[in-house]
Design a binder for this molecule. Structure first.
Ligand code: C2E
Ligand code: CA
Ligand code: CA
Length: 717
């Protein structure tokens, strides 16, 4: 090979250098490119991560991203998920968007949107209802104008939206609650845990009669309630309490309230507050008090009634170891009611109630037990003092007179007293015993005070049982009528007395001395008298069929004699049995004159006019027998057996009897001597020229059949 020319060598070197330079430049450019690529890669990486972060932030706050571009008038809505893959995108025109908006919110939305796009307002914030799957959700849309054209119209707006349905609902119900609270007619309070008033409504202000909230807010609830502490203590353990209390209002008046307080936790349970309702129950309370008063007091007199007494006595027993109970029953009240009418009767009861209240003013325990009965509890007095107080009350009652059409009506009272705890350790026993003592006072003469004695109740119970048994016997015509003969000086049967007998299935044979007064006290005597008369008539007609014609006597009590109907009824009975009234002798005792002398005389005259023969019974036992002989002309006088006792060996007794008989004979009265028990009396009585004799010597009272058999046997007729 040939050696290169020097010119060629020079060109080669130039090329080599150029190549080297180019290689270097390319290497530099490559390095720069790599550097730039790395930088670009880094930049890209970091922008993607902040985008991601933004999306995450939007997802977390449950906001969606939106933007609007003027050039195509399109909304784009994007919402994100945690990982970014379920991002949803909605795109549409404002018209598309509005088609989902609630019609009531469209105007508002358009208005705000126009302000933002054409009105120069950069910020938009609107809430509206948006239809999502058939139902409206509340959306809040916030945004900002990013770019405007030269006329100020928005070109690009971006922002976020959020579903605020839950917040809206909560807000709405809060508003509802708040308006319910403030407009409630029940007084209501919001209280702090320390029971300080945070909020109150108008009804509460009205309740406590103040005009401004400032007068109660920040003050403790306890400042308004009377003695609330024990009830409020319960709030420490429970979440609610309810109790009744009293609120004192600004006027100083007390209003009864029903308080209920309940604890509520705030939404995040970081604190709690209390809501109190104070319902005004003063009307209910006053109704209750009225009902209570009605339940415990008597309408007519205003005194306590039975229930009230029980209440009062329970109190008395708590504070007093001893007290006396007086049971007062008016005597003669029925007559006032019957004669003067119920209005006068009521007025009289009020008058008596006032009198008792005034007399026993020390302890206001006067009670109307019922009808014309009153009960008084006397504290701090002895039995003697109580008796004196009661006697004085009887005198005061007796001094009251009532003039009804010229007739003067008077009252009296029978009072029974019993001492606690001596005569009864329970209220019931004490009342019962005082009542028993009263009952005895009434049945032993009325107008008196009687103190309870051991066994009294039992004997009264016995009496009550006897009475009901007697009632039955009388109504069933179960009484027997025995007969006892009346004989002349030579022992010839001239008449007989019909005497009542009662054989009780419970009490056995009961003496008329026991049951006749009982019958008189309970108006059964009239029936007994009429039954005796019927028996007498029957006996007379039966005897007549056997050829024996003697008059029979019956005993008539004062009550019955004073009954205006009696004479005509008695005559009617005789008439119906075809018995002449002259065959019936009516025996009465002087007690009839004591009740009402004028009426007694009138009744006797009516009976005599009807043809009955009248006899004064038990002559010599009373105080004024002789004076009554002047008042009425009896046909017969029955000398009581006490006047003939011992005449066979007591000359004084004999002289007295002789004197009495002489006097009666002087008055031309037929005389019957009762109680002729022994033969030794007969000659003495024959000497005295006695018309008739009656007594065990001749016969004892016996059943009619027996009586007739005996007469047959003796063949005295
Ligand atoms: P009285 O009218 O004085 O009746 C006479 C009483 O003397 C009768 O008692 C009679 O059994 C009793 N007696 C008769 N002879 C003798 C005697 O020799 N010695 C003694 N010791 N007593 C004798 P009785 O039957 O027990 O009646 C007592 C009273 O009861 C009667 O007294 C009368 O007041 C009343 N009584 C009886 N039956 C009736 C009646 O049907 N109606 C009324 N209202 N009272 C009657
Ligand atoms: Ca008699
Ligand atoms: Ca008699």
């Amino acid at each position: 090979m040939s050696k290169p020319e020097p010119e060629q060598e020079q060109q080669l070197g130039l090329l080599e250098r150029r190549l080297k330079r180019e290689r270097q430049a390319r290497q530099q450019a490559e390095k720069l490119l790599t550097e730039k690529s790395v930088a670009l890669f880094d930049a890209l990486q970091s922008s993607q991560s902040s985008q991601k972060k933004l999306e995450l932030a939007l997802w977390a706050s449950q906001e969606s991203y939106w933007e609007w571009m003027a050039h195509n008038d399109t909304f784009q809505l994007r919402s994100f998920s945690l990982r970014g893959q379920s991002e949803s995108v909605w795109q549409g025109s404002p018209i598309d968007l509005l088609s989902h908006v609630h019609e009531d919110d469209i105007t508002n939305l358009e208005f705000h949107w126009t302000l933002a796009v054409h009105g120069g307002r950069d910020r938009v914030e609107i809430a509206f209802r948006f239809k999502v799957r058939e139902s409206f959700q509340w959306m809040r849309l916030r945004g900002r104008v990013l770019e405007r054209d030269e006329h100020g119209s928005a070109l690009h707006v971006v922002g976020t939206t959020k579903d605020i349905t839950r917040e809206r609902k909560a807000e709405q119900s809060f508003h509802l609650m708040a308006s319910a609270f403030s407009s409630s007619r029940e007084p209501m309070l919001v209280l702090s845990e320390s029971l300080e008033i945070n909020e109150c409504n108008d009804a509460f202000l009205q309740l406590i009669q103040v005009h401004s909230r400032a007068d109660c807010v920040q003050r403790p609830l306890t400042a308004f309630l009377l003695d609330p502490d024990s009830n409020l203590d319960m709030l420490r353990t429970g979440s609610q309490v309810r109790f009744e209390s009293v609120v004192t209002n600004a006027e100083g008046e007390q209003v009864s309230v029903d308080v209920s307080i309940a604890r509520f936790e705030t939404q995040h349970q970081s604190s709690s507050y209390l809501i109190a309702t104070l319902r005004d129950i003063s009307e209910r309370k006053s109704n209750e008090a009225r009902l209570q008063k009605m339940a415990l007091h008597d309408d007519l007199t205003g005194l306590r009634n039975r229930n009230g007494l029980r209440d009062a006595l329970e109190q008395v027993i708590k504070t007093n170891r001893q007290f006396i109970l007086a049971f007062i029953d008016l005597d003669g009240f029925k007559q006032i009611n019957d004669t003067a009418g119920h209005e006068q009767g009521d007025a009289m009861l009020k008058r008596i109630a006032d009198l008792l209240t005034a007399e026993f003013s020390n302890d206001n325990q006067v009670t109307r037990w019922g009808g014309d009965e009153f009960v008084v509890a006397l504290t701090a007095v002895t039995l003697d003092q109580a008796r004196n107080m009661c006697s004085r009350v009887i005198e005061l009652i007796e001094s009251i007179t009532l003039d009804i059409q010229g007739t003067e009506l008077r009252l009296s009272a029978s009072i029974g007293i019993a001492e606690y705890p001596l005569h009864g350790e329970s209220i019931d026993t004490l009342i019962q015993n005082a009542d028993a003592a009263m009952y005895q006072a009434k049945t032993t003469g009325k107008g008196r005070v009687n103190t309870y004695q051991e066994g009294l109740l039992e004997s009264i119970k016995e009496r009550v049982s006897l009475l009901s048994d007697l009632r039955r016997a009388v109504s069933h015509h179960a009484l027997d009528f025995y007969i006892q003969g009346k004989y002349d000086g030579s022992g010839v049967l001239k008449g007989g007395e019909v005497l009542c007998r009662w054989h009780s299935s419970i009490h056995g044979m009961v003496s008329p001395v026991v049951f006749i007064p009982l019958a008189e006290a309970h108006q059964l005597d009239s029936d007994i008298g009429l039954q005796a008369l019927e028996a007498a008539c029957d006996y007379i007609s039966m005897m007549e069929t056997q050829g024996l014609s003697i008059p029979l006597s019956i005993n008539i009590s004062a009550n019955q004699l004073l009954d205006k109907e009696f004479a005509s009824r008695a005559a009617a009975i005789c008439d119906s049995c075809d018995i002449a009234t002259s065959m019936i002798e009516i025996e009465i005792t002087e007690s009839i004159f004591m009740r009402d002398e004028r009426s007694a005389v009138r009744s006797l005259e009516t009976l005599r006019e009807a043809g009955f023969s009248l006899a004064l019974d038990d002559f010599g036992t009373g105080f004024s027998s002789i004076s009554y002989l002047r008042k009425f002309q009896f046909q017969v006088v029955k000398v009581d057996r006490s006047l003939i006792r011992d005449i066979n060996h007591d000359s004084k007794a004999l002289s007295l009897l002789k004197g009495v008989l002489a006097m009666l004979q002087g008055l031309r009265l037929d005389v019957v001597v009762e109680g002729v028990e022994s033969e030794s009396y007969i000659p003495l009585l024959q000497d005295c020229d006695v018309d008739l004799m009656q007594g065990f010597y001749f016969d004892r009272p016996m059943p009619f059949e027996q009586f007739m058999a005996r007469q047959h046997a003796a063949s005295t007729f």
